[in-house]
Design a protein around this ligand. Structure first.
Ligand code: 13P
Length: 254
């Protein structure tokens, strides 16, 4: 299918895979996806496997990403990882503000914005996640919640930085639940986000930014979701942990 923006499909491995398992998965993906040029592909292993996976994908069409980073540069921040450390593994992307981090690590929009700025300054492209909880949707507050997250989490980015940022819309009620947003529900929120980006930045920037959908993306629903005008890719959790499932999501989306 012909899309206005090149699709970007990213695997978020979350807190899964030993180094040995990561190597198996990465080798399998390189083998299965070597001929794909139509989609930008990235995998985000846990920090402990970044080095190993980097060596497997370095000469392939699969790019590397991390799942989080510090808003600070190198220094006295015990337990944190600086953007420069991710660059050492040739990482290109970093997921920021995932709903699991917003929920369990209490990450705020303000913190996500400072991480996004730091990522760009280090030459990494952030994948900034937003999404409403079930009670927000049921209470008719989806746009209000997502709008606040978009304004807050992207605050302070220049238009050039925004153009190099990926937004991931992940309705929290669809993550790991097997409940996917319908393609119409996804398209509605994606169009809302793009409109809002036009207001905050400008129309050209809004047209360039890629907006991924995330939440129970599987081989059998990928094509329909990716077929929506404002859906420019997917951020895949559970189904990205398996060579066959993740490869099929990508191949079914072309
Ligand atoms: P699932 O694909 O497992 O629902 O996870 C989505 C997600 O959170 C990706 O970041």
């Amino acid at each position: 299918m012909e899309k206005e923006r090149k699709l970007i499909i990213t695997g978020n491995w979350k807190m899964n895979k030993t180094v040995a398992e990561s190597l198996d998965l990465a080798n399998g993906l390189v083998r299965e996806l070597k001929d794909v040029t139509e989609v930008d592909i990235a995998v985000c292993p846990p920090f402990t496997a970044l080095g190993a996976v980097s060596e497997v994908v370095i000469d392939s069409n699969i790019r590397l990403g991390a799942q989080n980073m510090s808003e600070n540069g190198y220094g006295a921040h015990t337990g944190e990882i600086a953007a420069g450390m991710l660059k050492e593994f040739s990482a290109k992307y970093v997921i920021l503000g995932h709903s699991e981090r917003r929920q369990y690590q209490r990450e705020s929009d303000e913190l996500v914005a400072s991480k996004a700025k730091a990522a760009h300054e280090a030459g990494l492209k952030p994948i900034v996640c937003v999404g409403e909880q079930l009670e927000d949707r049921e209470g008719g507050r989806t746009e209000e919640v997502v709008g606040t997250q978009i304004r807050g989490s992207l605050a302070g980015l220049t238009t050039a930085q925004m153009e190099g940022t990926v937004v991931a819309y992940e309705p929290v009620w669809a993550i790991g639940t097997g409940k996917t947003a319908t393609s119409a529900q996804a398209q509605e929120v994606h169009a809302f986000i793009r409109n809002l980006l036009g207001d905050i930045f400008d129309e050209d920037t809004a047209r360039i930014v890629r907006i991924q959908y995330g939440g129970s993306v599987k081989p059998d629903n990928a094509r329909e979701l990716m077929g929506q005008a404002d859906v420019d890719g997917a951020l895949v959790g559970g189904a990205s942990l398996d060579v066959k499932n993740f490869s099929e999501i990508i191949l079914n989306s072309i």
